[in-house]
Every structure is written in structure tokens, then in C-alpha cells.
Design a protein. Structure first.
Ligand code: T5A
Ligand code: NA
Length: 213
């Protein structure tokens, strides 16, 4: 049903959730599996700490450098805008992107620090909208027991509890909620199933540049 001229596009698949819920573990496995199944697929991650803006974010998150809350929010957003052309190029060329965090994290974390929710959403307006958002959810008390929790700035019980409430406020009807307390393999199977459905569903649809519009 596909003409030779119009190549199908890839899907924008987003993994979101609080810290240590297994997003990066699942993103890597999902990319590998989709590739094995014959889908051109690439892993993408926010914050992208490799760019100049990303290095400022890393200084703030991991090295204790202080920055104004509003300023750091805008850096996280700028770190997404600087990736837009490259993401579009891959998606249009038929590559599916598995994206580890996005603007929902951006808003949930900044609003948890007390910034106004609508102010927080504004800089990300007009970004690409994910085709599928897989939200990995589990009680904060459980994720705190996982390896590495507490190493970075936001990894504290009170902040994470607020972040989870804000994520649930930002939740859209299309989100798929995933029980992140399951085994790595069970979660993986669920994500592969959802992703394959999304890849098929959006292949002939235009890219959506209407986040929060
Ligand atoms: N942030 C981010 C903002 O404030 N604004 C923004 O705009 C954005 C994009 C860093 C911080 O930046 C904030 C949010 C964050 O606080 P990051 O770089 O994505 O963001 O953070 P990371 O530290 O890389 O990742 P997380 O802490 O969120 O962890 P993950 O990726 O959810 O979890 P993962 O896969 O590393 O697993 C954690 C541990 O659990 C185990 C793993 O082996 C690992 O030890 N694990 C499981 N154990 C049992 N059962 C399972 N099913 C498991 N799955 C994984
Ligand atoms: Na991660």
C-alpha cells in the first residue's frame, strides 16, 4: 500500500517517568529489539549532556553548580529545541526514535520546585509531539531502593513525590501507563507491543509540531 515515492515516517516513542523507574534500561532494550524486528530505530536522550547547553545542565545536575531555577528550565527547553531539526530529519527518513525523557520531565521537575506550571509549559510549545508516551510508574519508596538513587540533585523523596503528582496532571489520554515494578523482561514485552502498534499507526501521518498548542 506504500508507493515508492512516499516513504513511511518513523514513530516518536517517548519513555517518561520519575527517577530510577527504569527508563534508560528499557530504552536501550527497546531500540535493540525494534532493530532486530527490522525497524530502523535510534536512541535519543534528554537532557543531551553532550552539547554546550547540555554541559551547563550537567554542571547543575551532577556537579552542584548553582543556577537560577527559571534559567535552568530554559536551558532544558533549549536543549530540546537544538535537537528538533535532527529529530525531524530522522523521523522523516523513516527512522523511529526511542526518546528517554522530554518536555513532560521538563515541566514536572521545574514545577515541583515551585515554578508556575503554565510558565513552565510555554518554552516547549510547538515542539514535536510524541506519537506514543510510555509512562513508567511505581511508588517512589520502591524506586528509591534502586541502584544509584540519591546521586543527583532531584533524587529525594519529597521532590520525587511532587514530580509524580505533576506528571499525572500533565498526563494525556494517549499515554500508556506501565507498572514499572514488574520484571525488566515483562516491561520490555509490553513496550515492544505498544511501540510496534504505534509504528504501524503513524507511518503515513504527518509529523506533529503541536506540543501543548
Ligand atoms: N530533568 C530532565 C529536568 O529537570 N528537566 C528536563 O527537561 C529533563 C529532560 C536527569 C535529571 O534531569 C531532570 C530529571 C532528572 O532528575 P536523566 O539524565 O534522564 O535526568 O537521569 P538518569 O539519572 O540518567 O536516569 P533516571 O534516574 O531517571 O533513571 P532511569 O533511566 O529511569 O532508570 P535506569 O534504567 O537507569 O534504572 C535504575 C536502576 O534500576 C534498575 C537498573 O538496573 C538500575 O540499577 N532497574 C530495575 N530493577 C528492578 N526491576 C526493574 N524492572 C528495573 N529496571 C531498572
Ligand atoms: Na536514565
Amino acid at each position: 500500500t506504500h508507493s515508492a515515492e512516499s516513504r513511511s515516517r518513523g514513530a516518536f516513542i517517548l519513555l517518561e517517568g520519575c527517577d530510577r523507574t527504569g527508563k534508560s534500561t528499557q530504552a536501550a532494550k527497546l531500540v535493540e529489539r525494534l532493530q532486530t524486528l527490522g525497524h530502523s530505530t535510534k536512541l535519543w536522550k534528554f537532557p543531551d549532556r553532550t552539547t554546550r547547553i547540555g554541559q551547563m545542565i550537567d554542571g547543575y545536575l551532577a556537579k552542584g553548580e548553582d543556577l537560577n531555577d527559571h534559567a535552568v528550565h530554559l536551558l532544558f527547553s533549549a536543549n530540546r529545541w537544538e535537537a528538533v531539526e535532527a529529530m525531524e530529519k530522522h523521523l522523516s527518513a523513516g527512522t523511529t526514535l526511542v526518546v528517554d525523557r522530554y518536555a513532560y520531565s521538563g515541566v514536572a521537575f521545574s514545577a515541583a520546585k515551585g515554578l508556575d506550571l503554565e510558565w513552565c509549559k510555554h518554552p516547549d510549545r510547538g515542539l514535536l509531539r510524541p506519537d506514543l508516551t510510555l509512562f513508567l510508574d511505581m511508588p517512589i519508596e520502591e524506586s528509591m531502593k534502586r541502584g544509584g538513587f540519591g546521586e543527583e540533585r532531584y533524587e529525594k523523596l519529597t521532590i520525587q513525590t511532587k514530580v509524580r503528582e505533576l506528571f499525572l496532571q500533565l498526563r494525556e489520554p494517549t499515554w500508556v501507563m506501565v507498572d514499572a515494578t514488574q520484571s525488566i523482561e515483562s516491561i520490555h514485552k509490553e513496550l515492544v507491543h505498544q511501540s510496534e502498534k504505534a509504528i504501524t499507526r503513524v507511518r503515513d501521518q504527518p509529523l506533529q509540531h503541536d506540543l501543548w498548542l
